[in-house]
Design a protein around this ligand. Structure first.
Ligand code: AMP
Ligand code: MG
Length: 409
């Protein structure tokens, strides 16, 4: 698909994102963290192993370690035991074997392990009913990782397996980029805190809660900075104060060009600004800029626009600031529509969808009304249905692209 159908004055998402990523500073600072604190943090440099894993030949079975050359013998004398953690280090001569357990050191003279299921145990000897091949049931030195090998490259978002991998190599601490402190405000005179009584014209501020959850689930440190009224002085004071405490500032609301939209003017005065109309739906107006050393993202106020803008613009930007080596676009899948999906050409759409497996096929359907203020259809969604700018209505039983959301299904 090309971007050629973007309505005039609207910037295609891909271009907006490329400009933002390009303008962001490279992260510099790092800290050394114990492994248990390093989940979802990003490696500051390549991590290399100082040891082989396994560091010694060990058994993959409970059984008997022996010499495959002895296969013409009917019975083998049992001369000792190699336990996991308590190796047998003596010799094994012709006609002898050693009891061995999974993970235990394989004595040097033996070249294979017979499973205990293939053995008849006599008193101090064994009769082998099925001889193993040489090397059978032995895990070799370095067959997982070897000394000097790069275990993880710079810019890796550490997951549970990575942490286990480092631990398996005896690595206690890992250098990771500094955590990003992300401050966020809601703007709007209509907003009241949850738990209070709403008067006519007032609404509960939901965006701060959504953003807090989005930041937390993405592994950043959220700092809730409250609500700023629609007043230029208040907006200015709040942003300057936030820029001193945070690496990133996110606001919601006030980025259109109405009389009550102050974000753009204030940012133009105290920082650097790009105001865009991005060719996405929902979420058209978007401000990107900086105040002092903090990067700034001004999202629209409508609750679903906040989520779409976060996933598709803010999150890739935060990942870059956090040191990720690549700003991979979200992984997408192809699913089959079970309903017609209404779409007009002009903007890329992120419709709320529910994807499920039906009779072995990945299917998707919209979750209801797609208005940018309708959070209930967002809450029912487990994916965005991603519709390119120039596409139009999609019939039932067609393939569409979906982007999975991090939700509990
Ligand atoms: P704005 O972008 O400020 O013009 O706001 C667009 C719409 O989003 C309006 O209906 C606002 O009332 C609503 N809105 C703005 N901020 C919030 C918020 N924090 N929580 C819920 N709705 C909001
Ligand atoms: Mg507003």
């Amino acid at each position: 698909m090309t971007d050629s159908c973007a309505a005039p004055g609207l910037l295609p998402l891909k271009q907006a994102l490329a400009q933002i990523l390009n303008a962001l500073p490279q992260p510099q600072y790092y800290e050394l963290l114990p492994l248990k604190k390093a989940l979802r943090r990003v490696t500051y440099q390549d991590v290399t192993s100082n040891i082989n894993v396994p560091s010694f030949r060990n058994s993959s079975m409970d059984g008997y370690a022996l010499r495959s050359l002895d296969h013409q013998k009917d019975t083998l004398n049992l001369i000792g035991t190699s336990w996991a953690g308590k190796p047998y280090t003596g010799k094994i001569n012709r006609g002898e074997c050693v009891r061995i357990f999974t993970g235990a050191y394989v004595p040097d003279d033996s070249d294979c392990v017979v499973m205990q299921e293939n053995v008849t145990r006599l008193n101090e000897s064994i009769q082998i009913n099925q001889w193993p091949q040489s090397k059978e049931n032995i895990r070799n030195i370095a067959d997982d990782t070897s000394k000097g090998q790069t275990l993880l490259t710079k810019g890796r978002d550490l997951n549970a397996a990575d942490i286990g991998l480092l631990a398996s190599c005896g690595i206690a601490d890992v250098a990771v980029f500094k955590q990003l402190t992300v401050g966020f405000f809601s703007t709007g005179d209509e907003l009241i805190p949850i738990g209070s009584q709403a008067n006519l014209g007032q609404i509960y501020d939901s965006n701060r809660y959504t953003l807090h959850a989005l930041l937390e689930q993405s592994g950043f440190t959220p700092i809730d900075m409250g609500v700023i009224p629609d007043n230029a002085d208040a907006v200015e004071a709040a942003l300057i104060s936030a820029s001193k405490k945070c690496d990133v500032i996110i606001t919601t609301g006030g980025v259109s060009v109405g009389e009550a939209d102050f974000i753009t003017d204030v940012l133009g005065k105290i920082g650097h600004i790009n105001l865009w109309k991005i060719a996405i739906k929902p979420g058209k107006p978007f401000v990107f800029g900086s105040i002092n050393n903090a990067s700034f993202f001004g999202l629209p106020g409508n609750p679903v626009s906040v989520m779409v803008s976060f996933h598709n613009i803010v999150l890739p930007a935060l990942k870059k600031l956090m040191g990720y080596s690549t700003s991979q676009p979200a992984i997408t899948l192809q699913a089959i529509t079970t309903e017609t999906i209404i779409k007009h050409p002009g903007r890329m759409e992120f419709q709320r969808g529910f994807a499920e497996n039906i009779n072995g096929k990945l299917t998707v359907k919209p979750t209801g009304s797609q208005g940018s203020h309708i959070l209930s259809s967002m809450a029912k969604a487990n994916c965005f249905i991603v519709l390119e700018q120039n596409s139009s209505t999609i019939d039932k039983d067609q393939h569409v692209t979906i982007q999975l959301l991090d939700t509990h299904l």
